[in-house]
Write a protein of this length. Structure first.
Length: 198
């Protein structure tokens, strides 16, 4: 049995780790420290047609036992093969803010970091991620996103950062990851890709 201790990990990491484990193991025990995380992990497992049992040991200690009978291991190898053959247009993500959604700014900051971190775990990977307006701050100032963006770049994802925006925020000399871009390249990328604004 594969055991995953996901206590202290922010959303969506417990789900991502569990999904990965389900492609390699018939039984998984995921431990989380809050009800929302336990519900999210259980929902994923049920969606993948696995047997799920949730035990609440304490208010901050949940065990989710998953039995998938090997079904998801087979589906994973099939999906890999289908992804390799896919000719679907790669996605171009436009990150136009240092927050995700409207409402509480602190929550928006947490959500955008979770969103970007999750891009590493989806298939196919994005073709490009474009940062503009206050979104450039994420690509330049957020130390905890540096490794995520480096890994995405290493995996072949183009990281484009608006040069005008960098100048506006006084960040032009702090770029370490990605390429400084211009509006022509940004518009051309959006026009020629399957564009999603975040």
């Amino acid at each position: 049995m594969k055991e995953i201790d996901a206590r202290g990990l922010a959303c969506p990491k417990p789900v991502v780790l569990t999904k990965k484990a389900m492609t390699e193991n018939d039984e998984i025990l995921t431990i989380v420290d809050n009800k929302t995380a336990s519900e999210n992990v259980a929902k994923l497992a049920r969606k993948l047609k696995a047997e799920v049992s949730v035990v609440e040991e304490a208010a901050d200690y949940f065990k989710i036992l998953i039995k998938n009978n090997g079904q998801n291991k087979l589906e994973n190898s099939t999906n890999k093969s289908a992804t390799a053959k896919s000719t679907e247009k790669a996605k171009v993500y436009l990150i136009a803010s240092d927050k995700l959604g409207e409402g509480e700014p602190e929550l928006g900051e947490i959500l955008i970091k979770g969103f970007l971190s999750t891009l590493l775990d989806i298939k196919p990977l994005p073709q490009k991620i474009i940062f503009l307006n206050s979104g450039v701050k994420l690509a330049v100032l957020e130390a905890d996103l540096k490794k995520v963006l480096e890994d995405l770049e290493t995996a072949g994802v183009e990281i484009l950062i608006c040069g005008t925006c960098l100048d506006y925020y006084g960040l032009s000399d702090q770029v370490e990851i990605g390429e400084v871009s211009n509006m022509y390249e940004i518009v051309d990328s959006i026009n020629s890709g399957d564009y999603i604004r975040v």
